[in-house]
Design a protein around this ligand. Structure first.
Ligand code: ITT
Length: 199
């Protein structure tokens, strides 16, 4: 049997990698930056998801052979003018602290009747330090007023996707990976790689 083509994900977020692997692991050997201790820490200085996704994909693809896929993602809440957006991972004051992020979101949403929100994911495919193409996906939903569920990560316990009555943290990966922002961006990236490069 042929070995699977390797796809490096420019992330240190194990939850993202697990979701991506669950969705395309039959077609690609999915590795992330945690498998390469020498990879640099990429500073996310962009002001859009695309700029940050580009920084991560281009930066990591300078250090490794083959295709690199980045994922910059976050939550946009209409009543907060699109916040936390690109600052989703540090909204609560401490990078990657999901409990603090959720606590701040709940505080900001207190008393708000407009609860519409969406997750957005932008992915960049790069090779040799150069972006080749990019893809985006969103999933619409609403923010509830107390955390529910223990599955997933980040803002999942506060987000109910349109058409459901449970949060992503209650629905779990099988449902989330069918309709999430990440699933929608990844389907395009995966089709692109399969059609153009992995014959
Ligand atoms: P990398 O930069 O290493 O990929 P990160 O977690 O810092 O990891 P981002 O800068 O893209 O990644 O920030 C993503 C944040 O957005 C994440 O920490 C969550 O707070 C939120 N987020 C993104 N996707 C999510 C999802 O599927 N479910 C819940 N929260 C999500």
């Amino acid at each position: 049997m042929q070995p699977l083509p390797r796809l490096i994900i420019a992330t240190r977020n194990a939850h993202k990698t697990a979701e991506i692997r669950a969705m395309i692991g039959d077609h690609f050997e999915v590795l992330d930056a945690t498998a390469f201790p020498d990879f640099p820490e990429i500073e996310e200085t962009g002001s859009t998801f695309l700029e940050n996704a580009r920084l991560k994909a281009e930066g990591i693809s300078r250090c490794v052979e083959g295709w690199v896929l980045s994922d910059d993602s976050g939550l946009e809440v209409d009543a907060l003018g699109g916040a936390p957006g690109v600052w989703s991972s540090s909204f609560g004051g401490e990078e990657g602290n999901h409990a603090k992020n959720n606590a701040r979101l709940l505080a900001e949403m207190t008393g708000k009747t407009q609860r519409d929100a969406r997750f957005r994911c932008t992915m960049v495919l790069a090779k040799g330090g150069v972006e080749h193409t990019n893809f985006s996906g969103t999933v619409e939903g609403r923010i509830i007023d107390a955390v529910r569920g223990v599955l997933g990560f980040g803002y999942d316990p506060l987000f109910i996707p349109v058409g459901y009555e449970e949060t992503f943290a209650e629905l779990g990966d099988e449902v989330k990976n069918r309709l999430s922002h990440r699933a929608r961006a990844l389907a395009q990236a995966s089709d692109f790689l399969k059609c153009n490069y992995l014959k």
